[in-house]
Write a protein that binds this ligand. Sequence first.
Ligand code: NAP
Ligand code: MG
Length: 404
Amino acid sequence: MEKIKMTTPLVEMDGDEMTRILWQQIKDEVILPYVDLKTEYYDLGLPHREETKDQVTVDAANANKKYGVAVKCATITPNAQRVKEYNLTQMWKSPNGTIRAILDGTVFRAPIMVKGISPVVRTWQQPITIARHAFGDVYRATEYRVPGAGKAELVFTGTDATTFRQTINDFDGAGVLQGQFNKDSSISSFARSCFQYALDTKQDLWFATKDTISKQYDHTFKDIFQEIFDAEYKEKFDAMGIEYFYTLIDDAVARVIRSKGGFIWACKNYDGDVMSDMVSTAFGSLAMMTSVLVSPEGNYEYEAAHGTITRHYYKYLKGEETSSNPVATLFAWSGALRKRGELDGIEALGRYADALEKATIDTIESGVMTGDLCAMWEGETPARKVTSLEFLREIRARLDKALA
Ligand code: NAP
Ligand code: MG
């Protein structure tokens, strides 16, 4: 079979530990035999971030802006222990945080569903995608532990000398205070990313806040979403037969549980943090979640939702063959290649990505899987636990048949 040719390079961001090993295995086993892979390679592994004083992360994010599509391996976010382990000169920032700040995006996470592993919620038949706003609110709040009686006020002084002052509370004893903020520009780009992603994936979009109680703060989110939807997206949604739907967060929670799935749920920063853990756990496992960062300018960064699987890596270093699950990382590759094919008009790349994902799901549905999935397996054939490499070779055998 002739390999599929690419025209524009994919931005390839390599990473750390076990996922770095899986990265190479995925390329060798199920990509390079089929695709004449064209990438611009950035090594975001911690040793190279240290060598370049983290410049490589910034360069990779800028390349993502230049070419539009990137695929990223999981990376270590250093803490004190990692500074020692890797002999770092600085506790480098989270690469995901750096990339997000440069691309200004929204993170979309969706479960990969297979027959034989059922969601805890019985009515869920299709994936639920969580879209999390990743800026501001409680994550950038100013807090104060009130020591005793006194007056707390909210004060704003505009550069044009506008002033606002209102009493928050007259404290008669000790307590706590918190000041949160967000920006219209960030909320707007969050909204546009969500509307764009709904169109890209042809799914309804739900958005929920607590605007009945938070009449300025949350209401601003609601209003900005509605204004942008009416002005820029309503016609496109109508044409595609999809819907934008706003409701209160408590109503949304109840509806999500009763739903069949198959929609995008846009969440404010804190709601998204909490709800994505709830939804992913209810669907099965982080190793079966896709994650993509979409910027309002239409740049895409595909990754796995899990980390570098450190515990498995230490076993691997001792010479053990591990049964780490490569599915989320493999779907990051297929997602990125499909998007590249779409943008460049290379249909063969999209067909290959579809076939690769189908071969992966078929492999699991036939009872062949990594250790993490065995515990959840309810299929008819008993589960056969294989190593990561054996699993990828099983996928390859099915892919060969499909593409023949
Ligand atoms: P983790 O790498 O996600 O792994 C936590 C545990 O979850 C593993 O020990 C393993 O359980 C299970 N697991 C996760 N992914 C798996 C997979 N693909 N296959 C099989 N089992 C899987 O989280 P962590 O140990 O908290 O973090 C490790 C490093 O990853 C940290 O340095 C952190 O900074 C980094 N991290 C990076 C990202 C990212 O780049 N996106 C995200 C999160 C964390 P068992 O050991 O029980 O088998
Ligand atoms: Mg969380």
